[in-house]
Design a protein. Sequence first.
Length: 283
Amino acid sequence: MIHLPENPARAAGGLELRADCGRCLGLCCVAQVFAASADFAFDKPAGVACRHLGPDTRCGIHDRLRQEGMPGCVAFDCFGAGQHVTQVTMAGTDWRESPGTAERVFGVFAVMRQLHELAWYLVEALALPAARPAHAELRAALDGVEALVAEPADVLLAADVADRRAAIGALLAKASELARLDASGGPGGRERDRRGADLAGADLRGQDLRGTVLRGALLLGADLRRADLRLADLAGADLRGADLRGADLRGALFLTGSQLESAVGDGRTLLSPALGRPAHWGG
């Protein structure tokens, strides 16, 4: 069973939800597609090792990824899937020494990464006291994810993750609604639903966005300076280049470290204690 710690964003008992690159074999540096853009300095197809991946499966430019035009690598989070596939599912099999298994390893990693991400969101939802009416369903869904994660590679490759993601997404939306009641003034209150909205480059400076649903919203390059985002639902929101300087993100729902890494902030940006402040934000 997964133990729910005080800081669920970082780990959950036997199912680790924080990446440990030292116990992985550079899977994200090989399995992932790179597209030349503001996130990556060059194109790289799936299944081909990044030019910066060393023989020790460590990144040769890890300490200067942003300077080398690879901020997408800094923001990527496998939620612990990499070490699980390497150490547990594939029992230490090295894709470099067993070329015939490489495609299989990368396929399992793609599935496992989704499952670990879903587990992360479920653990976050279970940590919300206001979502207690939904805890039984959330717990059952988490148990189901944990059971699938423990299955062998063949079962994982055949798993219908899309259906599971849709079902869990509905549960997370329910937990979000319960958690946001205070901010939205109750059912039919001040709540705003802007899920999936195209807000790229939008001027949202100083806006009161408490309890706003921004699930999957495109906030690429949006100006959110001094915005109040307390209890806003940011699940899956694209915050690349978003300006969060001086914004209040305390209690923001389903906000990941990778979202913060892809955004701009400063010492005035207010975060929940469980979230680390990205190094590139400065003091």
